[in-house]
Write a protein that binds this ligand. Structure first.
Ligand code: AIR
Ligand code: ASP
Length: 265
C-alpha cells in the first residue's frame, strides 16, 4: 500500500490524542487504521507509584523497539509496526488491544522468584508463559486461561494464537540478544486484534524494549533493563545505550528543543 509510505506530518499540537499511557502516547495516524505511537521519557514502576523522567529513554526505546519489530515482521511474526517516523515516534496499525500482559520467562527473576522462592538467575526447566490482566488499579493480577475465557478477554483459539506468537518471539529474541552477549531472562508482550475486512488476526503490539524485558550481560550478569530504575541502581540510559550499541543500532543525537524548525522525514 503506497500511501502508507508517505504519511503527512501533522504538528504535535494539532494531532488528536487517542490514548496516553505511562510511557507512551497514541495519536491519530495519517490514514484510517493507523496510529502514531510516541515514546515519552517517563519511567514508572509498581504501577506508577514510582515515577521519574529519564532523559533520552524514549528515543532509545523507540529505536530498539523498531529494530525488534522490523525483524519480527521480516521473519513472518505479524506485528502492528509499520515504520519509524522520527526520534520518538513510529507509525503503527490500529489494533484492538487484548487486555493481557503476556510474560515469557527463561530464567527465574522478579515476581516469579518472589512468589515461588526461587533464586534469581536460576535457569528454568523450560520457558514458562504467564498471563496478567492489564488493570492498574488491581496491579495487573496474574490470571489463568480459565479467567481469560470466562471473562471473555480472549477466546481459547486466541489464547492458542497468543501462545504460539509468544514462543516465536521468545525464540527470536533469545537468539538476537545472545548474539549481542545478552541473556534474555524474561519479557512482557502485548497482543492485539488486527482487522482486515472480515478477517481478524492476532498480532504483536505495544513495544519490546529494555522497559519490557529483563536483559543481563552474559558474562557479568549486569542488568541492562528497567530493573536499574525499579531497584534504584542508576545508569539506565547508559545501559539502554549499550543494548542499542550491541544490537548495531545507531542513535543520532536528538536536536535540543526550541532550536528552530526541524524537518521531519
Ligand atoms: N513487565 C511486566 N509488566 C510490565 C513489564 N515491563 C515485564 C518486566 C519483566 C517481565 O515482564 O519488565 O521483564 C516480568 O516481570 P515481573 O515483575 O512479573 O517479574
Ligand atoms: N510499567 C509498570 C508500572 O508502571 C510495571 C513495571 O514496569 O514495573 O508500574
Amino acid at each position: 500500500m503506497d500511501f502508507l509510505n508517505k504519511p503527512r506530518y501533522v504538528p504535535m499540537n494539532r494531532r488528536r490524542r487517542i490514548y496516553e499511557g505511562k510511557a507512551k502516547i497514541l495519536y491519530e495516524g495519517p490514514e484510517p487504521g493507523t496510529l502514531i505511537q510516541h515514546f515519552k521519557d517517563d519511567a514508572t514502576a509498581f504501577n506508577a507509584k514510582k515515577h521519574e523522567v529519564i532523559d533520552g529513554k524514549g528515543v532509545l526505546n523507540n529505536r530498539i523497539s523498531e529494530f525488534v519489530f522490523t525483524n519480527l515482521n521480516a521473519i513472518g511474526v505479524p506485528t502492528h509496526f509499520i515504520r519509524r517516523l522520527n526520534m520518538r515516534e513510529q507509525l503503527i496499525r490500529e489494533v484492538e488491544i487484548i487486555p493481557l500482559e503476556i510474560v515469557v520467562r527463561n530464567v527465574a527473576a522478579g515476581s516469579l522468584s518472589k512468589r515461588l522462592g526461587l533464586e534469581e538467575g536460576m535457569q528454568l526447566p523450560r520457558s514458562i508463559i504467564e498471563f496478567y490482566y492489564k488493570n492498574d488499579e488491581l496491579d495487573d493480577p496474574m490470571v489463568s486461561e480459565e479467567h481469560i475465557t470466562a471473562f471473555g478477554w480472549a477466546t481459547p483459539q486466541e489464547i492458542d494464537d497468543i501462545m504460539a506468537l509468544a514462543i516465536r518471539v521468545n525464540d527470536f529474541l533469545s537468539g538476537l540478544f545472545l548474539g549481542a552477549g545478552i541473556r534474555l531472562v524474561d519479557f512482557k508482550m502485548e497482543c492485539g486484534r488486527m482487522w482486515e475486512g472480515e478477517m481478524m488476526r492476532i498480532v504483536v503490539a505495544d513495544e519490546i524494549s529494555p522497559d519490557s524485558c529483563r536483559l543481563w550481560d552474559i558474562k557479568t550478569n549486569d542488568k541492562m533493563d528497567k530493573d536499574r530504575f525499579r531497584r534504584d541502581m542508576g545508569g539506565l540510559v547508559e545501559a539502554y545505550q549499550e543494548v542499542a550499541r550491541r544490537l548495531g543500532i545507531l542513535i543520532e543525537n536528538e536536536r535540543p528543543h526550541g532550536s528552530g524548525p526541524v524537518l521531519v522525514k
